[in-house]
Design a protein around this ligand. Structure first.
Ligand code: FMN
Length: 192
């Protein structure tokens, strides 16, 4: 897909995996939103939603959808999005628990992908970015998280195009550096 094909898309979905309203990741998210001129911005707050965990029942292998209906609205927004912004604090070197639980619910997309000879269920190619915060350095953990996201979302037709980390929040938070990174990503995407 050509770069110009992405630019006409303006549906943004924020998949918010943070809990602290005054936390640093929310600051990055606000900065992102204040710099974006999009037609539609929808937000899914993983900590505030109550949804079932994937229990590995394999229902989706024969039915191509989940037996649980609680994420149907989310999946609709997820499939419609042109740009997806994932936010997470770095917890134990990983993404937050609700974010991981949400990712496990992508299993119907895996089932479809392998049942249909590695065909994407979601035809539209989309882009994604990650916004994260860490108490200490966090750079190495971010690399692991990026790799995990790339792996997990490979069956949802998503290309990861950048991440911004606000690190050292335990001592002297690197907010400006993270905001600069967000600006760079947005400039590359022509979304401002
Ligand atoms: C359960 C838990 C685990 C954490 N694990 C890490 C970690 O592995 N590495 C790190 O640098 N900071 C860690 N932190 C610190 C958070 O990443 C830091 O407070 C960050 O600012 C949280 O994001 P927020 O400000 O958006 O809430 C941890 C904090 C908690 C509560």
């Amino acid at each position: 897909m050509k770069q110009s094909d992405f630019m006409k898309y303006k549906e943004i979905l924020i998949v918010d995996g943070t809990s602290r309203e005054n936390g640093y990741t929310k600051k990055l998210l606000e900065f992102f939103k204040s710099n974006v001129n999009a037609e539609n911005v929808a937000t899914f707050e993983a900590y505030k939603e109550s949804f079932n965990f994937c229990d590995g029942c394999n229902f989706c292998e024969s039915n191509e959808h989940c037996k649980f209906k609680d994420l149907d609205a989310f999946m609709k927004a997820f499939e419609a999005a042109d740009l997806i912004v994932f936010t997470t604090p770095i917890y134990n070197g990983m993404m937050s628990a609700p974010m991981k639980a949400l990712i496990e619910r992508l299993q119907p997309y895996y089932a479809y992908f392998y049942k249909h000879n590695k065909t994407q269920k979601i035809e539209k190619r989309r882009r994604a970015i990650i916004l994260a915060s860490s108490g200490r350095d966090g750079e190495e953990a971010l690399q692991y998280i990026e790799a995990q996201y790339k792996y997990a979302f490979s069956i949802t037709n998503i290309e990861f195009i950048g991440s911004a980390l606000c690190n050292f929040t335990d001592t002297s938070a690197n907010v400006a550096k993270a905001e600069e990174k967000i600006k760079n990503i947005l400039e590359r995407m022509d979304l401002q």
